[in-house]
Design a protein around this ligand. Structure first.
Ligand SMILES: [Fe+2]
Ligand SMILES: [Fe+2]
Length: 334
């Protein structure tokens, strides 16, 4: 049997558990929060007082903070890219085999997308109400990012994709959580709560994707190990890797955004290393036996990688100069 067919076979086997994963890790529409729960309700007159409060509190937040919040929001808003990418994975069948029969993986992708869609929606409305950012510039960036797509180095391989999503969901959990903490510290209660609740969704998603990988490890350990190694060798790129401002070339805004996030301590190289350690632990990489020779080497590589990366990270300084973005006005550039 060809290798690819084994992957497909594994995906079809695991598919039988996916309905259970949906029930365990996602929340039904009727029960889950909606953006309106966290934002001023403008059907009431008192909603306008809350808008006023948002605008007042927003004055306390610094330049890097707005840059990071904008880029986080834009990353969430590029959701069409992620849904179409995941829907294209091997083993995910968008079209039911017969009428009424739907592939559970496709259902997962749709339901996950439904949850994710609320994140960009919430942050977009908040940013609009805050009055602190040039929304048209932000909107152009979002449209560019969707146009530019991304390439995360996974191809259509579900093993590589699930390593990527496990990693990325935890990364977004960390960054939303930290942005929320910074907001709260400056007295922005509403924004603090918003970010915290979004971070909670990302945690559930992380737990689901790492479970997919763990299950695949039970069926196809050597190939799963090699896929994990391959992703870590390439490095996990951010979903907003191609972000740009209007008038810029592809990806030109990414480094400056990433530096701002590092300066604020919202997401740093040390977080990246920490995520890798957590995944190594959860998948019990050190305990994996009966691997092919290549997969054994991959296991050893993965076990040694966090320490190695730590040594390199200690030698790299984060640039301190703030870039002036079109998204955020420069007055109050602190
Ligand atoms: Fe999200
Ligand atoms: Fe998520």
């Amino acid at each position: 049997m060809a290798l690819d067919n084994i992957r497909l076979e594994v995906m079809n086997t695991v598919e039988k558990s996916v309905q259970g994963f949906i029930e365990k890790y996602l929340i039904p529409v009727e029960e889950i929060w909606q953006p309106t729960d966290l934002l001023p309700n403008l059907q009431n007159e008192s909603g306008f007082d809350e808008v006023h409060q948002i605008r007042e509190e927003a004055k306390e937040l610094g330049y890097d903070f707005w840059v990071v919040l904008v880029a986080d929001m834009v990353t969430e808003e590029a959701l069409p890219t992620y849904e179409s990418w995941l829907m294209d994975m091997e083993g995910v069948e968008q079209h039911g085999k017969s009428k009424g029969e739907h592939n559970a993986w496709a259902k997962w992708v749709r339901h996950w997308t439904g949850e994710e869609n609320r994140h960009g929606d919430t942050l977009n409305k908040y940013l609009y109400l805050s009055g602190r950012v040039d929304m048209k510039e932000v909107e152009k960036t979002t449209q560019h990012l969707i146009n530019d797509g991304f390439d995360i180095g996974t191809g259509r391989d579900p093993y590589r994709n699930f390593v990527y999503t496990s990693f990325q969901e935890l990364a977004t959990n960390i960054s939303h959580k930290r942005v929320g903490q910074l907001a709260k510290k400056k007295g922005n209660k509403m924004l603090g709560k918003m970010c915290n609740i979004i971070a909670g969704d990302e945690m559930r998603h992380y737990m689901a994707y790492r479970e997919f990988v763990k299950t695949i490890f039970e069926h196809d350990p050597s190939e799963m190990m090699l896929a994990f190694q391959d992703m870590m060798k390439k490095k996990i790129v951010m979903p907003a890797q191609f972000i740009r401002e209007s008038g810029q070339g592809i990806a030109e805004a990414f480094e400056n955004f990433s530096n701002a996030a590092q300066r604020l301590g919202v997401y740093t190289t040390y977080d990246y290393i920490d995520i890798l350690r957590k995944l190594n632990d959860y998948w019990e990489i050190d305990k994996m036996r009966s691997l092919t020779d290549d997969a054994e080497k991959a296991r050893d590589y993965l076990m040694a990688l966090p320490d190695r990366m730590h040594r390199i990270a200690d030698r790299i300084a984060v640039p301190q100069d703030q870039h002036k973005f079109k998204w955020v006005e420069a007055n109050g550039m602190v």
